[in-house]
Design a protein around this ligand. Structure first.
Ligand code: THU
Length: 133
C-alpha cells in the first residue's frame, strides 16, 4: 500500500470514530477497510441500550464493505483513544475475509502514534474460514 493510501485509510478511520454512537461507554472507535477494488469503507461502533447488541467499529466497516459487494480486503485501520487492538470477535470477522491483512492502529489523541501488526499475529490460531481470501 502506498503512503497516500495509508494516510487516507488512517484519516477515514479517525473521521469514522467521530461518528461513533457510544453514549454508554463513551469509547469512540472508527475503522476503515481498504477493499481490493481500491474503495475505503468506514465503520463506527454503534451501541445499544441492551449493551449486547452493540456493534464494534471493525465489524461495521467489514459488514458495510461486504454489503456493497466487496469481500477481499488489503488493509484495515482502527482509530481509538489509545490506539487499542481489535477485540477477539472482530479479529475472527476480519479473518473471514482477509486472513493475512495488516492492521493499522491509530491513537486519536496522538495521531503520529500508529502501530502496524498483522492479523496473523493478533489471531494466531483462528477458526478456519471458507473464504479463500
Ligand atoms: N469496540 C469496538 O468498536 N471495537 C473493538 O474492537 C472493541 C470495542 C467498542 C464496543 C463498545 O461500543 C466500546 O468499544 C466499548 O467496549
Amino acid at each position: 500500500m502506498d503512503n497516500k493510501l495509508r494516510e487516507a485509510l488512517l484519516a477515514t478511520a479517525v473521521e469514522a470514530s467521530q461518528k461513533a454512537y457510544a453514549p454508554y461507554s463513551q469509547f469512540m472507535v472508527g475503522a476503515a477497510v481498504l477493499g481490493k477494488n481500491g474503495v475505503i469503507y468506514p465503520g463506527a461502533n454503534v451501541e445499544n441500550a441492551s449493551y449486547g447488541l452493540t456493534n464494534c467499529a471493525e465489524r461495521s466497516a467489514v459488514f458495510s464493505a461486504v454489503s456493497a459487494g466487496e469481500n477481499h480486503f488489503e488493509a484495515v485501520a482502527i482509530a481509538s483513544s489509545g490506539g487499542v487492538a481489535p477485540c477477539g470477535a472482530c479479529r475472527q470477522v476480519l479473518h473471514e475475509f482477509a486472513p493475512r491483512i495488516n492492521v493499522l492502529l491509530i491513537d486519536i489523541n496522538s495521531k503520529e502514534q500508529v502501530t502496524e501488526i498483522s492479523l496473523e499475529d493478533l489471531l494466531p490460531d483462528p477458526f478456519p474460514s471458507k473464504n479463500g481470501a
